[in-house]
Design a protein around this ligand. Structure first.
Ligand SMILES: Nc1ncnc2c1ncn2[C@@H]1O[C@H](COP(=O)(O)OP(=O)(O)O)[C@@H](O)[C@H]1O
Ligand SMILES: [Mg+2]
Length: 254
């Protein structure tokens, strides 16, 4: 297993207010890291800093991805990585798609942004990914507009779209929290199967420690922007160091 992503002593602020403190962790290829913590503790900010999205300012520290120093890249170098080597799944999958375009058109657009490809090749690639994720009737999905699909199906499509350019890392920000529990479990299983089929590493942000227990290899628990527990999922959950994590585990089992 090779190290894919490494955070070294990262401090991040918005304007003058610091929101993440001395954050260090690493992730190997094909691993799933759960980032857990209360609302406002800095989970989304952590993901934004990997994507190089504007807003959060990294004050000090290093972020290495595939041995590239991400913080040294300029905007166009970062665009080459974003949506290509690293892609994102959001809470509301609508962000991936355009309401005025069919899923197939969105597929073609997101692939041709990164490589020369015909529409037919793009749709073939999407069809294989849809099949691998057991999405029913890929042809119908490709011809559909987002509003013609259910919320759960849109989210499953969102995950498939994130895979189009075969990223080595997917960042998933609370991907199941807007869905009913049955669909949520299905999506969790799909994330797991992505790792099995494509060896994609995933950072899964969730405030639900049960989800983290089911699918992650490592867990990072944040409280008010600080790491309170980090390690192998089974170790963290069986012997948490912080009272905060103990509370989370207790409240999830109650
Ligand atoms: N664009 C922004 N500008 C200023 N403060 C922000 C911005 N985005 C988030 N914050 C603040 O940073 C902290 C962490 O936010 P966030 O990373 O979104 O937390 P989480 O995803 O864990 O709920 C919160 O206090 C939030 O209010
Ligand atoms: Mg968030």
């Amino acid at each position: 297993m090779r190290e894919l992503l490494k955070f070294e002593n990262i401090n991040i602020s918005y304007e003058k207010r610091q929101v993440l403190y001395d954050l260090s962790f690493s992730l190997n290829s094909g691993e799933i890291l759960g980032v857990v913590g209360n609302s406002g503790c800095g989970k989304s900010t952590l993901l934004k800093s990997i994507m190089g999205l504007s807003g959060p300012k990294v004050l000090t520290g290093n972020i290495f991805f595939e041995n590239i120093d991400l913080l040294s890249l300029n905007a166009s170098e970062m665009r080459r990585i974003r949506g290509n080597r690293i892609s994102m799944v959001f809470q509301e999958s609508g962000i991936h798609t355009n309401p005025l375009k069919t899923i197939g058109d969105t597929v073609f657009e997101s692939m041709k942004a990164h490589k020369q490809i015909s529409k037919e090749e793009a749709l073939d690639t999407a069809t294989v990914i849809f099949e691998n994720l057991s999405l029913p009737d890929p042809k119908r999905i490709l011809n559909a507009y987002p509003f013609e699909l259910s919320g759960g199906m849109n989210q499953r499509v969102g995950i498939a779209l994130a895979m189009l350019n075969r990223p080595s890392l997917i960042l998933a920000d609370e991907p199941t929290s807007a869905l009913d529990p049955i669909v949520a479990v299905q999506i969790e299983n799909e994330l797991k199967s992505l790792r099995e089929k494509y060896n994609t590493a995933i950072i899964l942000v969730t405030h639900n420690i049960k989800i983290a227990r089911n699918i992650t290899d490592r867990i990072l628990v944040l409280n008010n922007g600080k790491t309170v527990d980090y390690g192998k999922t089974c170790d963290v959950l069986s012997s948490p160091k912080s009272d905060f994590t103990k509370e989370l585990i207790l409240s999830a089992s109650g």
